[in-house]
Design a protein around this ligand. Structure first.
Ligand code: BF8
Length: 639
């Protein structure tokens, strides 16, 4: 199993876990083999009590469920349910942030301020809220209420959809997939998939696209924008990634999950002299706040907080024996953390009303008491430090330097310089053949693939072909650990054209853009490229693509769908669970391109996935009649 670990720190602590008989995700994955073939093919239906039904993939036994649903209906219906669940997660995340903005505006919380006045006013104007001669609280209140109304509305469309190019909006309108209200699309998707409702493959996939757009151009974008308003616009920041960021002589406090409402405040509180003094009293040299998963990305890009690990490393972080407290909120949190932490002095505390765990203490977080809760948790971490068994502490030495925090707005300045903010140099670099195109490498890490290694192999292959890579989520953390988020990576891995651009701008060849909700930033970056001109009129014209080779979560399906629905080619590693329906497979991987301009491919081998992407970028370049690439791909050491 060790051969799958590209990362030495992971390998080391996995080995230690085995010695100590602590079960981790990789062993549980092995114990699940062989995984259910019906599930993998999407041919199992549990939607009603006539079943569970399963369709024989070889067509020898049952071709229909008890109700008469065939393989196309069952697999498309399952896919829609999963897309709706993923969208619901991001949309609810956006709602949490909006409620916090409302609480701030009504003076119900001390924990938050408006950190980006400029963004508040910009977004308020988009929602047609007057901003002149008004207090920030008044503007914030109106904005929060307006956004909340888009959650509940039945008709009328979403404000952020208007950010998309006209031609794209027209396609959405014609296909009837403009989201009407954020909650409505999720509810309707679930209702459609109930027994006896929607059975038509095309109709179900249309609903997939509509619900996903309520995420990408709704909930996720709202989460990103309000996080920027409340916690500040990320700036390029230096930090470090991997288990080695844990400190032997400090109180180690880990924030894990997704919503930055508590983690950001925890990071602030950790700097207070009162707590530093308390930590010293207990024999620690300081307080070390580090992150795991997407909340890590949130506090990384705004505060430079180091990242201890991505999704698959969450158990390993605890197995170092060096963690006093792990605070979890929602999404991607393994329930196994309770058992793993019980082997050490480590406390894990759940904080979100929606996410409770057996064997884990729950201290509920409310926006109104953000600072008090953060302080209470800080006390808890410090109190726990003397209980650490030093003989069991094993912090791997691996930690990698990274530069992160590249936003849509920031890229204007990096490319255009201080006095002429513009995307022109990027467009020119693409037009002139220095940069082949731009690819988003995003999503989870998964033992089914290479436990993160697929992201690194794919990214390196793209870089040497002069592809600028933008990343979010656990893929970004993996590539950070692999050394790809350093500006120097341009000289080590990038093709000559991309290297020239990085050299001129100081940018790394892989731009860390934030958490998974910040995939919305990548959409807006595509909008800016189009606005700058010379590369077509719609996303489907651009030499761009998305990849989530190690996808795991339903949220990744929702992201994949809103990117495809925006007219962009997306490659997943292990296939979506639809291969039991040849009609659905053909629809997603071929016919959709004609309908929506984007579509899916499935390729588990990262180098082959890179080739698919490069061919796609070249096809788009040819259609735009762009100049040939200036340089041949460089050779780099075997990834
Ligand atoms: O939202 S990349 S494992 S942490 S789902 Fe989860 Fe996947 Fe990581 Fe962030 Ni995104």
């Amino acid at each position: 199993m060790e051969k799958f670990f590209v990362d030495e720190a992971t390998k080391e602590i996995f080995g230690q876990a085995k010695e100590e008989n602590i079960q981790t995700v990789w062993e549980r994955y092995q114990l699940q083999q062989p995984q259910c073939g019906f599930g993998l093919l999407g041919l199992c239906c549990t939607n009603c009590n006539l079943g569970p039904c399963r369709i024989d993939p070889f067509g020898e036994r049952a071709e229909f469920g008890v109700c008469g649903a065939d393989r196309d209906t069952i697999s498309a219906r399952n896919l829609l349910r999963r897309t709706a669940a993923g969208s619901a997660c991001h949309n609810d995340h956006g709602r949490d942030l909006t409620l916090a903005l409302l609480a701030f505006s009504e003076e119900k919380t001390q924990g938050y301020q408006i950190k980006s006045e400029e963004k508040l006013k910009k977004v308020a104007r988009e929602f047609l809220i007057p901003v002149d001669n008004r207090s920030l609280k008044e503007i914030a209140r109106d904005l929060a209420l307006k956004i909340l109304s888009e959650y509940g509305q039945q008709e009328g469309g979403l404000t952020f959809v208007k950010r998309a190019p006209q031609r794209r909006q027209e396609i959405w309108r014609k296909l009837g997939i403009l989201p009407r209200g954020i909650d409505r699309e999720v509810v309707e998707a679930i209702a459609r998939t109930n027994m006896g409702v929607d059975h038509d493959l095309r109709s179900l996939i249309t609903a997939c696209m509509r619900v996903s757009l309520s995420d990408g151009w709704g909930g996720s974008m709202i989460a990103t924008e309000i996080s920027d308003i409340l916690f500040g616009l990320p700036q390029p920041v230096r930090s470090q990634m991997n288990l080695g960021v844990l400190k032997e002589n400090a109180v180690n406090l880990v924030v894990h999950g997704h919503v930055p409402l508590l983690s950001d405040v925890v990071a602030e509180v950790a700097m207070e002299e009162e707590f530093l003094a308390k930590a010293r009293e207990k024999g620690a040299e300081g307080i070390n706040v580090v992150g795991v998963c997407c909340t890590a990305n949130e506090v990384l890009v705004r505060k430079g907080i180091p990242v201890a690990g991505n999704f698959l490393q969450q158990e390993l972080v605890l197995i170092t024996g060096a963690v006093e407290l792990m605070i979890v909120d929602i999404q991607c949190i393994m329930p196994s953390l309770a058992k793993v932490s019980s082997c050490f002095h480590t406390k894990v505390v759940s904080t979100h009303e929606k996410a409770r765990f057996y064997g884990i203490e729950h201290i509920e977080f409310k926006e109104e008491e953000a600072t008090q809760t953060a302080r209470r948790l800080m006390e808890m971490a410090i109190e726990n430090f003397p209980k650490r068994d030093k003989s069991r502490v094993n912090i791997p030495k691996e930690k990698m330097d990274v530069v992160c925090g590249f936003t849509t707005e920031g890229i204007f300045h990096h490319l255009g310089g201080k006095y002429r903010s513009t995307y022109r140099p990027l467009n020119n670099a693409i037009i002139e053949g220095r940069i082949r195109g731009v690819v988003g490498v995003v999503g989870c890490d998964n033992p089914k693939n290479l436990s993160g290694g697929a992201h690194i192999a794919l990214t390196k292959e793209l870089l040497r072909h002069d592809v600028l890579v933008v990343e979010t989520g656990c893929a970004a953390i993996e590539c950070g650990k692999g050394g790809l988020l350093r500006p120097e990576a341009a000289f080590e891995f990038a093709g000559l054209g991309l290297r020239e651009v990085c050299e001129a701008t100081g940018l790394p060849p892989v731009l860390h853009t934030g958490a998974c909700v910040d995939n919305s930033r990548i959409l807006i970056e595509c909008c800016e490229i189009l606005k700058e001109g010379g590369l077509g009129e719609d996303f489907s014209d651009l030499p761009v693509a998305g990849a989530a080779l190690e996808w795991m979560s339903e949220k990744a399906i929702a992201i994949g769908w809103y990117v495809v629905s925006s007219g962009i080619f997306v490659v997943f590693g292990s296939p979506l669970p639809i291969l039991g329906s040849k009609n659905l497979e053909k629809f997603l991987t071929q016919e959709l391109f004609e309908i929506i301009g984007g579509g899916w491919a499935f390729e588990i081998d990262p180098l082959k996935a890179a080739q698919l992407i490069i061919r796609h970028l070249d096809k788009k370049r040819d259609a735009l009649k762009l100049k040939p690439m200036l340089y041949e791909p460089v050779l780099i050491p075997n990834p």
